[in-house]
Design a protein around this ligand. Structure first.
Ligand SMILES: Cc1cc2nc3c(=O)[nH]c(=O)nc-3n(C[C@H](O)[C@H](O)[C@H](O)COP(=O)(O)OP(=O)(O)OC[C@H]3O[C@@H](n4cnc5c(N)ncnc54)[C@H](O)[C@@H]3O)c2cc1C
Length: 172
């Protein structure tokens, strides 16, 4: 179980506390890239947002680093809402069971452990609603809003979730 902070008072350039894994190393998927670089000594505390290490080498593939908490979160929400968008309007019992299992397993394996703990807690108090696509879509929207609220981000209007994730904004 991962839980500890090596230096609980250490603050990153983002203004958030640096999150550490239980082995004492900074958690890559729990911090912003800038904070992770600060905690691992790759940049100094006076660095600006664009001052990360540069690598201009042209390779066959782009040198993309592992995801930080924001890239991981954005990609994960895209996956979760897209899965919801393709969920049947009238799922059978197998599909309902699989969706519940998926959400439980997702909450156990999500790489940002402190995000996962809160998400698990949300699921404990709000079991996934899997009776229909509409129901699941609204539940997922509420789950996302729970994180938005925690992070001080705008609350999304769940009446619009289908426009955002199923139909697109041009649809009436
Ligand atoms: C399960 C989970 C838990 C997380 N917990 C944390 C955490 O504890 N701490 C932390 O720092 N980060 C956490 N994150 C990441 C965080 O939620 C964001 O993904 C991240 O900050 C990047 O935000 P963003 O501005 O790119 O937009 P995101 O929040 O990633 O949203 C992507 C897009 O989804 C749409 N959207 C926004 N809200 C809703 C909604 N309610 N319903 C439907 N669509 C919506 C918008 O179009 C938005 O542009 C978590 C991510 C996940 C998947």
């Amino acid at each position: 179980m991962v839980s500890s902070s090596q230096n609980p008072s250490a603050q990153g350039l983002s203004g958030r506390k640096i999150v550490y894994d239980e082995d004492g190393k900074p958690c890559r998927s729990c911090n912003t890239l800038l904070d992770f670089q600060l905690a691992t000594g790759k940049i100094g505390s006076t660095s600006s947002k664009n001052a990360g290490p540069k690598n201009d080498k042209t390779e066959v593939y782009a040198k993309v680093d592992p995801p930080d908490v924001e890239t991981l979160g954005n990609s994960s929400w895209t996956l979760l809402h897209a899965i919801t968008a393709s969920y049947p309007k009238q799922p059978n019992d197998t599909q309902k069971g699989e969706m519940k299992q998926f959400m439980t397993i997702f909450s156990h394996v999500y790489p940002c452990w402190w995000c996962a703990k809160d998400f698990e807690n949300f699921m404990r108090n709000n079991a996934p609603k899997v009776e229909s696509r509409e129901e699941l879509g609204r539940w997922m929207c509420a789950a996302h809003n729970d994180v938005n609220k925690k992070l001080g981000k705008p609350i999304f209007d769940c009446n619009l979730w289908e426009k955002r994730w199923v139909d697109g904004w041009d649809q009436k």
